[in-house]
Structures are given as C-alpha cells and as structure tokens.
Design a protein around this ligand. Structure first.
Ligand code: ADP
Ligand code: ASP
Ligand code: MG
Length: 447
C-alpha cells in the first residue's frame, strides 16, 4: 500500500491512512507493507534547499530547513502519544543531519547528483518514521525499515535503477519475516542506496515505483497506490475539468499514459507489476470506499472507445535532415547513437524521405547533441512544444477512431503525428500553448 504526499500531508491524512490500513488488515487477515512519500510539498522544498546550497545562499537554506523541522515536529506530535519522545528525537536528528550537510554544501557551493540525492531523501526518511510511530501508538504492531538498507540501485543518482535480484534477496531476508509475524512494515518510497550504501533516489514521483518493486519482490496479491484522485482519469484534471474515472485498464495502456504525463502513476511503476503479473489499483485516500482503477494484464472489456488521454508539456522537437546520404543505410544508426551518447531519451519519432523528427524532454545536453548531429546532417530544434497521447486498446480494432481524433483537432496545427505498430496510441506533437484547447476537444469527442 503506497500513500502519496497528500495522503500523509497532515495529522488528519495520517489518521485516515491508519484507518485504511486497519481495514485492509481486517479484510485480508494479513499485514500489508506500507510505502509512504514525503509529506506533500516537502520534496519540492528539499529541491529548493539543494539549489540554495549550490548558490551559496546559506541563510535561505537554513531558514527552509528550520521550517521543515517545525512542520514535521508538529505533525509527529499530533499523531503520536506514547512514542512521541522517540519519534521527535528521530525527526530532529534526521533534520539536524540535513542542516549540517546543507551547510557543508553551501560552503563548497557544489552539489553533485549524489549529494542532491542525500538531501532529497530526507523527506521520505522522516515521513516514514512518523507514520511508523503513529501505527505503534494506535496499537498496530509495526516496524520501520530504512528503505536504503533494502532497495539496492545502480549509481545513476537522481534517477537510479533498482537491482531487482539483490533487492529481492534483501526483501525476502529482512521484510518478509516481519510481515509473517503480523507486523505492518513501513518504508519510505523514492529512496534506496547503491551497493556501496550511498543514498540514491528513483526520480521524482518514484514512491509508486518503490511500492511496485517491493510488491514484486514479495509477490503480493495487489499493489495499491493511494492518492488524491479517484483513480486514473480520462484526462489530467488540471487541464480538463471533470474528467471521468477509468475503472479498468491494461498494463500496456497504463504504461503509455504514465509515460506520456499521467502523473498519478510513475512511468516505471508498471514494469515490476508486469513481470510478476500483479494487479495495480489506484485509490483515493479521501474516499477509501470507492474501488478506484484496477490495472491488469487484460484491462477492460472493449467498448469501442478510447481509454484515456495524457499530455507531456514543454518538450523540444529536433528536426534532422540528411545532408549527403539522403536516407542511406546507417543514417538512422548514427543519428540515434548521438542521443544515446548523451543519455537523452527520445519520445516520439517520425520520418520522411530525407528527414527525421524526434522529441525530447531533457534538454540539458541539447547543444552537444546538435553539434554532433551537425557532423553529418542539418539539425534544428523547436522548443515549447507538447505531446498529446490518446490511448486505447480499441484503436487496433476500430479504424475510425484515428480519423475522429484528427478531425476533432481541426485547425489546430499538428507538428507531428504518429501511430506505432502496437496501435494502442495515437500521438500528436503540437505547440504547448495549444494543449488545453486540444485536450478539451479530444475529451469532448471521446468522453
Ligand atoms: P501522489 O502524491 O499521491 O503521488 P501525484 O500528485 O503524484 O500524487 O499524482 C496525482 C495527481 O496526478 C492528481 O492529483 C492529478 O492532478 C494528476 N493527474 C494527471 N493526470 C492524471 C490522470 N490521467 N488521472 C489521474 N490523475 C492525474
Ligand atoms: N517525494 C517524492 C517526490 O515528490 C517521491 C514521490 O512523492 O513519489 O517526487
Ligand atoms: Mg506521485
């Protein structure tokens, strides 16, 4: 059971969480593993603190850390009684260490990806301690486990990849026995450590991924993502007012939606679930009586419509035109090698006789990429673009859906259009400014 930032935001949220876990325990007659995010907004603050340190803004960094101490102490005190003294000491110590670390970084004015992870990880370390203490105080047998002693990752800091073999061994050794004793095990999501024990993180929104990793290692019956919306919705509610709930969808659909911007699920979450064929359920912690969205291998019964829309804002289109060879063989290899060399993922690709267009969202190495492309091609880029992705298993069966989607975007300039062999999605690349309008039109047409 994974609880996101808003589901642990304040004492009321944590008390709701305890009620939800208690009910689950009564229903299944077994103890669940609970993964929690940082209290809502805390990771953003930690990101800002690391930035202040890099800028040498010692005072600002210290003030933000002090605000974090105040907030966590207040929440911890409100949800505990017997274990209050211990948890307050734990929280204070953890944030005191953060203070020392940030001070050192600010003096050096140098924050490496590795130090950044050490700063970002603190939110989950303290939130998980608070929730574990609250369980104990409510008479629920529980155990806090430092996720960094279990989730082993590579050294790609800020977006680390789990070592599933090693993590699996540790989960079976250290977590399974506690659960077998009937203890609710509480861990922070998002964080892990390298084989050498250096703190790492899985990338923003990574607590969902942690939950799926632990769930897969334990071979659980269901991975539950408790959040602040009723489930996967037909569109991002921040863009389309009143989208509908998608009661059921397939792993493949969920993975496309997550990848193309449905923030409710971290894009890597589905992978461990698919590997073990474990259903994932997205549920609202404010309305636990609802069934939410169930994601399974088969998805939902076909109804002849799309499943949902997603969009990824602020992407960059790179256009590459072959100068000498026109599409000679080897051209595509050389082109993609450039993106590989600079570790930049390409999202959408379209090709014509002499040119290839791709989209990227990580532009940190864009200059170097363009320089390298210029060795054998003309290359230019266009920023402030966006991707809209319409997803549905039914796209394969119903050839009219594609036409209806395009027609609904009448007069909105489409920069690229693509439909891959899986025919599970249609992807449009357009100006970022056109996104709200385009999403509304598609949503009106299909939902
Ligand atoms: P948590 O802190 O629980 O992980 P997130 O903020 O990461 O929550 O994800 C939930 C949010 O995702 C929702 O509040 C909603 O604004 C956003 N969201 C974007 N697209 C979708 C979608 N298709 N369905 C549901 N929520 C979405
Ligand atoms: N707290 C982390 C973040 O805000 C991880 C998560 O919430 O999933 O990105
Ligand atoms: Mg999230």
């Amino acid at each position: 059971m994974k609880f996101g930032g808003t589901s642990v935001a304040d004492p009321d949220a944590i008390n709701r969480l305890i009620g939800i876990v208690r009910q689950q325990q009564a229903k299944t007659k077994s103890a669940p593993l609970v993964v929690v995010s940082a209290l809502s907004g805390v990771t953003d603050k930690l990101v800002a603190i690391a930035q202040f340190a890099e800028d040498g803004a010692t005072g600002k960094a210290a003030a933000e850390v002090a605000a974090l101490v105040e907030r966590h102490v207040a929440v911890a005190a409100a949800v505990t009684s017997k274990s209050r003294t211990t948890v307050l000491a734990d929280v204070r110590r953890e944030l005191e260490e953060l203070n020392g670390l940030v001070h050192a970084l600010a003096v050096l004015r140098e924050v490496s990806p590795r130090s950044r992870d050490a700063v970002h990880a603190v939110g989950e370390l303290v939130s998980s301690r608070i929730v574990a203490a609250a369980f104990a105080d409510h008479g629920i047998p529980s155990s806090w486990v430092d996720a960094r002693t279990v989730l082993v990752t590579d050294t790609e800091h800020n977006a680390a990849i789990p070592d599933m073999m090693e993590t699996g061994d540790r989960v079976r050794d250290r977590i399974a026995p506690l659960l077998a004793e009937g203890k609710v095990v509480v861990l922070g999501g998002f964080i892990g450590a390298t084989a050498n024990g250096v703190t790492s993180t899985l990338g923003r929104g990574g607590s969902d991924y942690s939950a799926a990793i632990f769930g897969a290692c334990l071979g659980v019956d269901e991975i539950q993502i408790w959040t602040d919306v009723d489930g996967m919705l037909t569109a991002d509610p921040r863009i389309v007012p009143q989208p509908r709930l998608v009661p059921q969808l397939s792993f493949a659909e969920a993975s496309e939606l997550a990848y193309f911007g449905a923030k409710v699920l971290h894009p890597s979450t589905i992978l461990p679930a698919v590997a073990k064929n474990i259903p994932v359920r997205i549920v609202n912690s404010r309305r636990p009586e609802n069934t939410g969205t169930l994601i399974t291998a088969d998805g939902r019964p076909a109804e002849g419509q799309l499943t949902a829309l997603a969009c990824k804002r602020d992407v960059t289109v790179v256009d590459i035109t072959s100068t000498r060879m026109l599409m000679a063989h080897g051209f595509l290899r050389r082109l993609f090698e450039v993106f590989e060399r600079f570790k930049t993922a390409v999202d959408v690709v379209t090709t014509s006789e002499v040119s290839v267009s791709v989209t990227i969202d990580d532009t940190r190495r864009l200059e170097a990429i363009l320089d390298n492309l210029h060795n054998f091609a003309e290359a230019s880029c266009e920023r402030e673009m966006a991707i809209i992705c319409a997803v549905g298993e039914n796209l394969r069966a119903d050839p009219t859906l594609f036409g209806r989607a395009v027609t609904s975007l009448d007069r909105i300039p489409l920069r690229l259009v693509s439909q891959a062999a899986s025919r599970r999605n249609i992807t449009f690349v357009l100006r970022d400014a056109d996104v709200p309008h385009a999403m509304m039109r598609l949503h009106e047409t299909f939902f």
